[in-house]
Design a protein around this ligand. Structure first.
Ligand SMILES: [Zn+2]
Length: 94
């Protein structure tokens, strides 16, 4: 949808993999749920910190998931929750 594949000229200085916007957003649910390993979590976080195109999207989803978690306090592992959130977000975007 949005063309946000701009890479910083010095993006690979540390030798760590740079995530694209698409890759970051694809991991955002696992990121929010703390399901990524340390390296991946860090890679997503670093992308979101410097990518102003992803950040508003990420922030929206974080707030949304906080809200969902509040509604279902203590039931965060309910099956189907992630799918329902995904569906609702997809409906928002279309
Ligand atoms: Zn991005």
């Amino acid at each position: 949808m949005s063309e946000c594949g701009t890479q910083p000229p010095d993006g690979s200085r540390s030798g760590e993999p740079e995530l694209t916007c698409e890759q970051s957003l694809a991991r955002v649910y696992e990121y929010l749920d703390g399901e990524l390993d340390t390296a991946e979590h860090d890679a997503v976080r670093r992308h979101l910190e410097k990518c102003r195109k992803c950040y508003p999207h990420f922030d929206f989803e974080r707030l949304f998931l906080d809200y969902v978690h509040e509604l279902g306090a203590g039931e965060e592992s309910r099956p189907g929750l992630a799918d329902r959130v995904r569906d609702m977000l997809a409906a928002e975007k279309s």
